[in-house]
Design a protein around this ligand. Structure first.
Ligand SMILES: C[S@@+](CC[C@H](N)C(=O)[O-])C[C@H]1O[C@@H](n2cnc3c(N)ncnc32)[C@H](O)[C@@H]1O
Length: 203
């Protein structure tokens, strides 16, 4: 089963422990504390759209992309119910054409961290940078390997995994250890990482 089929199956059967059905508190805190103003924003791996909807309600001009058609179907229904306009797209971000676009902010919660291979994380980071205008920012919530091995839970990445993938394309503004927002009793450690696209030719 491909990764795309696996995610679609999980949305079909409801095995989606990452889903909150509300915006993630780490995203809310980031937008509020860093005084991020409404801007052209892309959410990669947006799932059923709770974060994209919250951003749109705060006047961000949001596009959400996910390769699970079922997740996007649900996201479209939810956004219609909330009365917000969001461009939801079914696509594999990893294979997205490399023509540059001009997003000012990119957000992902649990998409970047799903790539096990270093070369794939590097390609993902490069693709993110191509979708950002110069000076644009990428805020990512990533499973954190520092809590040590465990049997279940989100994929875990070390600080080195993150830095070595994004460094060629991004300056790291902050990389902070935190806890995933969760509806479950036990939650997992995450990284909150804010990155700024490097100027052309800077590296
Ligand atoms: C752990 S889930 C998180 C979903 C959502 N961000 C949330 O917090 O509820 C990861 C999401 O990324 C999507 N995804 C993974 N790889 C992707 C890719 N290459 N292109 C587009 N979406 C992808 C999955 O379908 C899934 O919806």
């Amino acid at each position: 089963m491909s990764k795309k089929e696996m995610f679609n199956e999980r949305y079909k059967t409801g095995k989606t422990p990452w889903e909150l059905e509300r915006p993630d508190s780490n995203l809310i805190e980031f937008v509020k504390k860093k005084s991020i103003l409404p801007c052209k924003t892309l959410e990669i791996g947006c799932g059923t759209g709770s974060n994209a909807i919250w951003l749109a309600q705060k006047d961000f001009d949001v596009t959400g992309i996910d390769f699970s058609s079922l997740a996007i179907e649900k996201a479209k229904l939810k956004s219609k119910k909330e009365g917000v306009e969001i461009g939801f797209i079914v696509n594999n971000f990893f294979k997205q054409k490399e023509n540059e676009s001009d997003f000012e902010l990119i957000f992902d919660r649990g998409c970047f961290h799903s790539f096990d291979e270093k070369k794939d994380r590097i390609t993902f980071a490069r693709n993110v940078s191509l979708h950002l205008k110069e000076g644009g920012q990428w805020f990512s919530i990533i499973g954190n390997a520092d809590a040590g091995p465990r049997d279940i839970g989100p994929p875990m990445r070390s600080a080195l995994d993150i830095v070595s993938a994004v460094e060629p394309y991004f300056e790291i503004v902050f990389l902070v250890s935190a806890m995933f927002d969760s509806n479950r009793e036990k939650t997992a450690r995450c990284w909150k990482c804010l990155m700024k696209k490097r100027k052309k030719g800077a590296k």
